[in-house]
Design a protein around this ligand. Structure first.
Ligand code: ATP
Length: 388
């Protein structure tokens, strides 16, 4: 899909980027719609900054194309791309006033003093810093300096703002405030934001579209809500957090539900829709941390057992205010996390070391797309016939 020149739609088309022998980005394709707030999310080294730098023009793809507003920008100088970049270090000029810092890019472009100061004042008003215009950066707090950096990046009226870990230098309190501010400014301006982060909750909090990456590839690109509630595979479920991954081998399938045998006698029910996986094939599913009930198993008692439950020992407890994060060491050596609402938890509190049984409902399990699902012959034929 291409759009008329002038829009802030960003397309990364079959891009590979090599640095010598190492491949930072592998055959990656991604379309970010005009006016979207997109977060590139992934662990260190997964290639997210390299993508940002190729959109900005600091790097060129080894193969493939980068288009902005439907026009290829490979080889174009940065000023002709309609992009601007905001870095994690604010990189403000220490000896220039806030107003002159914001106006700087217009000075370089030969805009006269009154005009560039007027535009800079308008942008300072957008980030609620008009009254600090004459201060030096050293006379501002970290959060205020960050807002100056945002105003400065926006002064060239970019179609696409590129943000490289923009909040990582701020403390927790300012980070939360600033991410709300970024979102507000992006909505107000209606331009495309591409924001690189390795912080899951930051991505979910600000973005319309989250792109989860691993080793130079996209694992899932979807709305922030889908990334959180419907991760595509075990990697996304684990990386984004908020989910536990269950796995086991299929024993039988009936009425859209597979009975799955996990480790140590655990048995799960996975909703599989119209898929009929063969007996013995391996399935992965995810269950949200906040959809799990946890009950203490009194000393000497046997856990109730049964479908959709697992047994372990409380490893850590973290009170998060509205819920308590209960980390359980399972008998099979894996970790399982439940978010228990505060009222339920404090009605019958748990202690570290307690033996507990975690329980959930089959309808809350999401099937993950990991490994080939071997199909029963009849079902496989039906799917081929229907073109699925
Ligand atoms: P981080 O969160 O640590 O910044 P990232 O996901 O942004 O990581 P990139 O900076 O895009 O990752 O790097 C992806 C891979 O490419 C890494 O293995 C990195 O070492 C390599 N790489 C990046 N830039 C260069 C370069 N100029 N020369 C050689 N290798 C590079």
């Amino acid at each position: 899909m291409t759009q008329a020149t002038g829009s802030g739609q960003v397309e990364v088309a079959s891009v590979t980027k090599r640095f010598g022998e190492s491949v930072a980005v592998k055959e990656l394709s991604l379309t970010i719609p005009h006016g979207a707030y997109c977060c590139l999310l992934g662990p260190s080294g997964c290639g997210k900054t390299t993508i940002l730098r190729m959109i900005a023009g600091h790097e060129n793809p080894t193969t493939g194309d980068v288009r902005i507003g439907g026009r290829s920008v490979v080889g174009l100088p940065q000023v002709e791309r309609g992009t601007a970049m905001m870095f994690q270090s604010y990189a403000l000029f220490p000896h220039r006033s806030v107003l002159d810092n914001v106006a700087f890019a217009l000075k370089v472009r030969g805009v006269g003093l009154p005009a560039r100061h007027n535009t800079a004042r308008e942008l300072l008003a957008k980030v609620q810093l008009e009254k600090f215009a004459n201060r030096l950066p050293s006379e501002l707090s970290g959060g205020q300096q960050q807002r100056v950096a945002l105003a400065r990046a926006l002064i060239t009226n970019p179609k696409v703002l590129l943000l490289d870990e923009p909040l990582s230098a701020l403390d927790e309190y300012l980070r939360l405030r600033m991410r709300g501010e970024l979102r507000r400014v992006q909505k107000e301006l209606g331009i495309t934001f591409v924001h690189v982060t390795h912080t899951q909750l930051e991505a979910i909090a600000v973005a319309d579209m989250v792109v989860v990456m691993a080793q130079g590839r996209i694992e899932q690109a979807a709305s922030a809500r889908d990334i959180f509630v419907a991760p595509r595979n075990a990697y996304v479920a684990r990386f984004v957090g908020g989910q536990n991954v269950l796995s086991g081998t299929v024993e039988s399938t009936m009425n859209g539900t597979a009975a799955v045998a996990g480790d140590k006698g655990a048995r799960f029910a996975f909703p599989v829709g119209d898929i009929r996986p063969t007996r013995g094939s391996k399935l992965y599913g995810s269950i949200r941390r906040d959809r799990i009930g946890v009950e203490k198993v009194p000393p000497g008692a046997k856990p109730a057992g049964g479908l959709n439950s697992t047994v372990g020992e409380v490893h850590t407890l973290e009170n998060q205010g509205s819920y308590v994060k209960v980390t359980i060491d399972l008998d099979n050596g894996e970790e399982f996390v439940a978010h228990v609402p505060d009222d339920a938890f404090f009605r019958s509190p748990l202690d570290i070391g307690d033996k507990v049984e975690a329980r959930w409902s089959a309808s809350d399990v999401m099937l993950l797309d990991d490994g080939p699902i071997a199909l029963e012959p009849a079902a496989a034929e039906a799917r081929v016939a229907s073109g699925d």
